[in-house]
Design a protein around this ligand. Structure first.
Ligand SMILES: NC(=O)c1ccc[n+]([C@@H]2O[C@H](COP(=O)([O-])OP(=O)(O)OC[C@H]3O[C@@H](n4cnc5c(N)ncnc54)[C@H](O)[C@@H]3O)[C@@H](O)[C@H]2O)c1
Length: 401
């Protein structure tokens, strides 16, 4: 099929009626995969056997490029900023509103370049402020994804949990009220595997989506509170919400108070790397762009009222992560220093990700072995970004993880 000639011969309106059965079938598969976020424009072009430009015109005529406005809360943080880049790159017809309070963890530097995109708008505000939330919802949004949270476990343990409850519980409840009031079709609340509690090192089980919540630190308890609020709004009002629980992320734009960037910067400066206990705690590490792709699938195709685990199956101890960073940077292992363990430091998390793999044929595209050295190189190459964060928030860099 020569789609270009075909488009010229039928200059207006939908094309379906003029297509052969075979081409109709191809177009309908391509449209569905594209609208659900399962195929890129290049992949659609391959299905249609056309160039990406022609594929874009064909999809445009079929209405697949219906504009959508996604409200991203907490988009100035680590995962949220990666997600905004992912969405704007992948969906040329989407608009993104980034609503963020800009706490110490929010950083508009994470969105340099994106801020010049006419499809992107930034609004500063608190997700627990109903008036501010109503204002942003009243302009009409097609879907909302919430990354906004207080996220530093150590802060919640040592410096008080009030802000954690404010944002991670009350903030989520405020968003749920707005979704209900403005009849927003979809709300995805991004959460953590830490709500499930801990496993022993030799436990053969893994947390599935029905595992009971047994949080051991105020951060995880506050996240669990927000997640339970989502469940209750679904059960009580059928508020269209989905919750995801992800394992530990790593990649570009992570605040330097978190283990991996913290270790990279300290090692680069030949400063000791302080690790709680023996560093035997095991986490599952996922590259942030794999998390973003999984969230994209859940946002577009997830079943309302459901919960999905997202992980990568890379169970590695904190000690081994830090050793690897030292090796990548060519630094001596003697920089490694143990300090007393933190209260409530879960020994191990292990996630069962069978549900998301089965339902969306999703699995991480990046191996740990490739993504980790690339992450170290990103921080080495973006030392200005690092220095600006350091300058702004010297206090957070003195914390151990
Ligand atoms: N980083 C991880 O490894 C990981 C793993 C699993 C789940 N998560 C979850 O993913 C989400 C994002 O995590 P992250 O690491 O990107 O966090 P982050 O700390 O880097 O970013 C949080 C963002 O939320 C904003 N924010 C905080 N309070 C707010 C409020 N009241 N109103 C509006 N904005 C507010 C901050 O300014 C910041 O931009 C969190 O909900 C976290 O629980 C993170």
């Amino acid at each position: 099929m020569d789609w270009q000639t075909f488009l010229r011969e039928h200059p207006d309106g939908p094309l379906g009626a003029y297509l052969s059965k075979d081409d109709q079938a191809k177009l309908s598969v391509a449209e569905r995969l594209f609208v659900e976020g399962r195929a890129t424009l290049d992949e659609v072009a391959t299905i249609l056997e056309a160039s990406p430009d022609v594929a874009r015109d064909v999809l445009g005529r079929s209405g697949a490029f219906k504009r959508k406005k996604i409200l991203v809360c907490g988009g100035a943080g680590f995962i949220g900023s990666n997600f905004i880049r992912h969405i704007l790159d992948k969906y040329p017809h989407y608009e993104v509103v980034n609503f963020d309070k800009l706490t110490y963890a929010g950083n508009l530097d994470n969105l340099t370049g994106v801020d010049r995109d006419p499809r992107y708008t930034f609004v500063q505000g608190d997700i627990a402020d109903p008036a501010a939330i109503d204002k942003v919802f009243s302009s009409g949004v097609d879907a909302i994804i919430n990354f906004a949270a207080e996220t530093h476990v150590g802060r919640s343990v040592y410096y008080g949990a009030r802000e954690f409850v404010h944002t991670n519980v009350l903030g989520v409840q405020t968003l749920l009220e707005a979704v209900k009031k403005f009849k927003t079709p979809r709300f995805l609340n991004v959460s953590t595997d830490e709500v499930y509690g801990e496993l022993s090192l030799d436990d053969k089980r893994a947390f599935d989506e029905t595992w009971p919540f047994q949080p051991n630190v105020p951060y995880a308890a506050a996240k669990a509170g927000g997640d339970l609020m989502c469940r209750a709004y679904w059960e009580s009002y059928k508020t269209p919400v989905i919750v995801t629980h992800c394992s530990n992320n790593f990649g570009p734009y992570q605040h330097p108070e978190k283990l991996i960037p913290h270790s990279i910067f300290r090692a680069m400066a030949n400063q000791p790397l302080t690790i709680h206990g023996e560093g035997q705690h095991v986490r599952d590490w996922i590259f942030v762009l794999d998390h973003c792709e999984a969230l994209d699938r859940v946002l577009h195709q997830g079943k309302l009222g459901e919960v999905y685990n997202i992980g990568a199956g890379n169970e590695i101890s904190v000690k081994d992560i830090v050793r690897l960073i030292l090796d990548i940077l060519g630094k001596p292992r003697s920089l490694f220093v143990n300090v007393p363990d933190r209260p409530g430091n879960d020994l191990r998390y292990s996630l069962d990700i069978g549900k998301i793999q089965r339902e969306f044929s999703w699995s991480p595209a990046h191996t740990f072995e490739e993504a980790m050295p690339k992450t170290v190189q990103w921080y080495q190459a973006n030392i200005d970004w690092v220095e600006r964060v350091r300058e702004r928030d010297k206090k957070s860099l003195s914390y151990t993880i």
